[in-house]
Design a binder for this molecule. Structure first.
Ligand SMILES: CN1c2c(nc(N)[nH]c2=O)NC[C@@H]1CNc1ccc(C(=O)N[C@@H](CCC(=O)N[C@@H](CCC(=O)N[C@@H](CCC(=O)O)C(=O)O)C(=O)O)C(=O)O)cc1
Ligand SMILES: N[C@@H](CCS)C(=O)O
Ligand SMILES: [Zn+2]
Length: 796
């Protein structure tokens, strides 16, 4: 670079800095006069899933880390620009993660599991993937649901006496990138109490003792942010929407008192439910503002607004961050206006929670019917709604007449639409009677008949349903959707995959086979495509974990099933083998939980409609000669309300929906269910009440810990604890599986045990799948022989 170039560059830099200062000054002036808007978080994966493709390409070794970093920088830049363009008073920084935000916080606080042997001060993005995906030597961190969402976070592993140290360069670099782009920035952090509560400690009782040390790194970070000139930090404590034992309430007090000096202003963000039970605590915390979710818990607004000091900011989560329905703007204004009078610029408007859980934009949708489309708002549209609300409050409703009229029209159209209300469904629902939710005989009688009909060995081996979704399968489906492959050829291609899966399973020696689900893009979306009352998006991707995304279907109307959905594929698979083939369906609670569902009727009513449709499918499979049907309910636990007081009601209707779907079959037909990535031990009575003949569960990442609960509860029916983790590419050794199986045999009578992986194999490749299943079958055979030697070969 010559001298002139250097001078020019310096000049441009100075110019940029002074422009940013000017913007910041304007921003401060602007903020003192009116309600502000902001978002708690934003989708990360990219409008066209750019992050997913960049990650997967890097993991495959096809691109370098630099390329991934460039994609990340572009994505961050786009998200901030979009927030700024929509009029947000701050852009949010700190909510982006390449794989997961809890993982990034653990790394930022130097809390790396010792078993990986990583140095926190030299920790980079590549290391974070080792924790997230495992290495040949070390299994990945556990992954579990983020509250009641379909997003999965990685569980930090802490140990007694854990030390923490601050490594915030990546976090700060992102924040400074936002500022360099000229945006006023609000930083966001997962709060210390939520971070600690969601982490795993080798000695659980000692977890809280780690708080003081953890607070020191938070304090250092906040101090750094203050030095950086950050005015506001949003600090997320969603644990406040759940029950908190007195010691955890005390932890909140300790935390925020410790963090009260040398820091920017703090907005304590709560979401996913009411924080009213903690109101007394909240009003005493030394923070500068509070965000509350008034979509999930509208009842908390008035009491909180009344109790919160007038000097505090109240951020009202008025636009639904968890669902895709357009906001009823007129109603929202009615709610907000008194607050605007009381609080002025200390009223902030926001989505109820981070927008991570909704798709990017309706602009990408070309095939939604115009009526349904008019009822919807995705992340971009939700930001626009906030801006309309802000303008209506500040400049008057006349300034946004068109937007208000459109909102009114959508409200009325949804209430009256024939797309939503179907008399046939209403009539069927009225005809439901309790006998439909009970099997003809109790489990003991049923299982005897099933054993006679199926003649399975001790420790029968099976899989959870899906086999690898290969690039070939995906390409065939993509070509079919683009009309480049005709329906007949697509069907043939899927049949070839089914035949291949059956051949492989026979070769491996599995006892109960599956067709492999090649025709399913996703276990929820596929069924939604075949049911009336659902709309499917083209680009409505939402991150589920890491690079994996789902497109939750939109359940807008009464549900009914025009035709059988899975009978052809299952019957075809059964025609290829003498071994029993298990039919594979998604249960009503999971269909509900993983879709964007109606907010105009209780969830339980929607669940009943779904259950009726699935019941019809189960009946048709039975008629087609299928002897086992698995009804997957991986979201059963996730649907549980965050507060225990609300559990009984949910569990009653959720169990009822499953039973309505599953109980219409003969004793000889064996009903399986499957659940994964959840803690089940606190809902075992409800799981037992499902009365599925067999339940397969994820257990291997937690070393079969989950099974102890089933054993302690004396779970009465058959169980298949997963003997290997399928979410990481690592192929477990035969020895590992054998150890897990031994452990399972010690806690559950072997006569009631099945042997299977943790979950479906759709994310795996065939070579790993064959290798792992081969070992699994071998482990089962070895154990079977050992049990037979001990004389444990008769049903219990
Ligand atoms: C069991 N899990 C599930 C959850 N939620 C669901 N709704 N479904 C689940 O199965 N929650 C808990 C766990 C989460 N686990 C997973 C596991 C795997 C995925 C996953 O693999 N997602 C895929 C997307 C799946 C899909 O819908 N595929 C479509 C479209 C494929 C596609 O991208 N097509 C390209 C063209 C491809 C080509 O030409 O080859 C395109 O359209 O541009 C399909 O198969 O048709 C993912 O890729 O992330 C999710 C959750
Ligand atoms: N049958 C599904 C269950 C996933 S939870 C599958 O195997 O992919
Ligand atoms: Zn599963």
């Amino acid at each position: 670079m010559n001298e002139i170039q250097v001078l020019l560059k310096t000049f441009r830099l100075l110019e940029a800095v002074s422009q940013n200062r000017l913007r910041a000054v304007n921003h401060t002036l602007h903020c003192t006069t009116m309600a502000l808007t902001h978002t708690l978080g934003f989708p990360r994966v990219g409008e066209r899933r750019e992050l997913k493709f960049a990650l997967e390409s890097y993991w495959q070794g096809a691109t370098a880390l630099d390329t991934l970093e460039r994609v990340v920088a572009d994505l961050c830049e786009q998200r901030w620009r979009r927030q700024a363009d929509a009029g947000c008073s701050w852009v949010t920084s700190g909510d982006f993660a390449c794989y997961d935000l809890m993982l990034d916080h653990a790394a930022m606080f130097g809390a790396l599991p010792r078993r990986f042997g990583l140095d926190p001060s030299r920790f980079g993005l590549a290391d974070s993937f080792a924790l997230a995906r495992g290495t040949p030597e070390q299994p990945a961190l556990e992954m579990t649901k983020w509250f009641d969402t379909n997003y999965h976070y990685l569980v930090p592993e802490l140990e007694p006496g854990q030390t923490f140290s601050l490594h915030a360069s990546r976090y700060l670099a992102q924040l400074n990138a936002a500022r360099r782009a000229g945006h006023p920035v609000k930083a966001v952090l997962i709060g210390p109490v939520t971070f600690l509560r969601l982490s795993k400690c080798a000695v659980p009782d000692q977890k809280l003792s780690l708080l003081p040390a953890l607070l020191e790194v938070y304090a250092q970070l906040l101090d750094k942010l203050r030095h950086e000139g950050i005015e506001w930090v949003q600090i997320d404590e969603p644990v406040l929407a759940g029950d908190l034992e007195p010691e955890w309430q005390q932890a909140l007090r300790t935390a925020y008192h410790r963090l009260q000096s040398e820091r920017p202003r703090l907005l304590l963000a709560t979401y996913f439910g009411s924080v009213l039970p903690h109101l007394a605590l909240l009003t005493t915390l030394p923070v500068d503002g509070l965000h509350i979710d008034v979509v999930r818990a509208p009842e908390q607004l008035q009491p909180i607004a009344a109790a919160l000091p007038a000097t505090s900011v109240l951020s009202v989560g008025i636009v639904d961050g968890r669902n895709v329905w357009r906001c009823d703007l007129r109603r929202a204004l009615h709610t907000l206006r008194p607050l605007q009078v009381e609080r002025g610029e200390r009223l902030w408007l926001a989505p109820s929670c981070s927008l991570l859980h909704v798709p990017y934009s309706l602009d990408s949708e070309t095939r939604l019917g115009s009526q349904v489309r008019s009822w919807l708002a995705f992340a971009y549209e939700k930001l626009d709604e906030l801006e309309v609300l802000r303008r209506a409050l500040v400049e008057g409703e006349d300034s946004v007449t068109d937007a208000l009229t459109q909102s009114d029209t959508a409200v009325v159209s949804r209430q009256q639409s024939r797309l939503v209300h179907n008399d046939y469904v209403a009539k069927r629902q009225r005809a439901i009677d309790p006998s439909m939710s009970t099997r003809p005989s109790p489990f003991d009688a049923r299982i005897a008949r099933q054993r006679a009909a199926l003649s399975l060995p001790l420790l029968p081996t099976t899989t959870i349903g899906s086999f690898p979704q290969t690039p070939g399968i995906r390409a065939a489906r993509a070509a079919y959707k683009r009309h480049e492959l005709n329906a007949f050829d697509y069907l043939q291609a899927m049949r070839a995959e089914i035949a291949h899966a059956i051949r492989e399973q026979e070769r491996l020696g599995l006892d109960v086979l599956v067709h492999g689900e090649p025709e399913r893009n996703d276990m929820v979306e596929y069924f939604a495509e075949h049911l009336f009352g659902f709309a499917i998006t083209e680009q409505g991707w939402v991150q589920s974990y890491g690079s994996r995304c789902v497109k939750p279907p939109i359940l807008y109307g009464d549900i009914w099933r025009p035709d059988p959905i899975t009978v052809d594929t299952t019957r075809y698979a059964q025609s290829l083998t003498d071994k029993p083939v298990k039919g594979m369906l998604t249960g009503p609670v999971t269909m509900l939980q993983w879709s964007f569902v109606r907010d105009d009727q209780p969830r339980e009513q929607t669940a009943r409609q779904l259950a009726l449709a699935i019941r019809d499918e189960v009946g048709d499979l039975e008629k087609a000669g299928i002897r086992l049907v698995q009804i997957d309910e991986p979201a059963f636990r996730e649907g549980l309300p965050l507060r225990r007081d609300d559990w009984p009601h949910y569990l009653a209707w959720a169990v009822d929906a499953f039973k309505l779907a599953s109980c219409g079959v003969r004793d000889e037909t064996q009903i399986h269910t499957h659940m994964c990535y959840s803690e089940f031990n606190d809902i075992l009575p409800a799981i037992a009440a499902l009365d599925a003949d067999v339940i397969t569960i994820e257990t291997s990442r937690s070393n079969m810990e989950l099974l102890d609960g089933f054993a302690a509860y004396a779970y009465p029916n058959e169980i298949g604890p997963g003997v290997y983790d399928i979410h990481a590419p690592r192929v477990p050794s035969l020895d590992e599986m054998q150890r897990l199986l031994e452990r399972a045999c010690q806690v559950v009578p072997p006569q009631r045990l099945w042997v299977n992986p943790d979950c479906g194999l759709k994310t795996r490749r065939w070579p790993e799948t064959v290798a792992a299943l081969g070992s699994m079958v071998q482990a089962a055979r070895t154990m079977r022989a050992r049990l037979q030697e001990q004389g444990v070969d008769q049903p219990a």
